[in-house]
Design a protein around this ligand. Structure first.
Ligand SMILES: [Zn+2]
Length: 157
């Protein structure tokens, strides 16, 4: 799996998890907007809402501008995109790169928990020191089963 593809899957899982905690569902519109953002960011680092809107229109996705604005807000809150003001009343969005953020992933319910950057940094620094390795970047992922899924499977037995 390429890092880019993997990153897309993580973004999707993070967004689903965020929506779940807010009691919102992963609708057709939300899925397509996220997909378009991931697609657009491959070629444009900073994009505007108008750009996304035009791209969605070109693909015949009938998503209204107000839905797009509301969804972008949700994506901002779930830290998948970030907004940068470049001038008064003019701002752009960009995808948040999360290569250096650690994740704990539940293989059953697909829940993703972020690991605090400071926690992984300590481990990474100590490994680099011991192995005499000049640090550039890292990924950190633990896969397994969350507490909830473990207790549910115990009940089934
Ligand atoms: Zn789980």
């Amino acid at each position: 799996m390429s890092p880019r593809k993997d990153n897309g899957l993580i973004k999707e899982a993070l967004f689903r998890e965020y929506l779940r905690t807010k009691g919102l569902s992963y609708t057709y519109e939300r899925r397509h907007i996220l997909k378009e953002i991931l697609e657009t960011s491959k070629t444009i680092k900073h994009f505007t809402i108008d750009r996304l809107y035009n791209n969605l229109q070109a693909k015949r996705n009938r998503i209204s501008k107000s839905t797009l604005y509301r969804t972008i807000k949700l994506l901002e809150d779930s830290r998948i995109v970030k907004k940068t003001d470049i001038a008064p009343d003019h701002y752009v969005y960009e995808k948040v790169e999360q290569y250096n953020i650690g994740h704990v992933v539940c293989l059953k319910c697909k829940k993703i928990i972020e690991i605090n950057h400071r926690e992984t940094k300590k481990i990474v620094n100590s490994i680099c020191r011991k192995k005499r390795f000049q640090y550039k970047t890292h990924t950190f992922e633990i896969k397994g089963y969350c507490n909830n899924c473990v207790s549910l499977s115990l009940k089934d037995e």
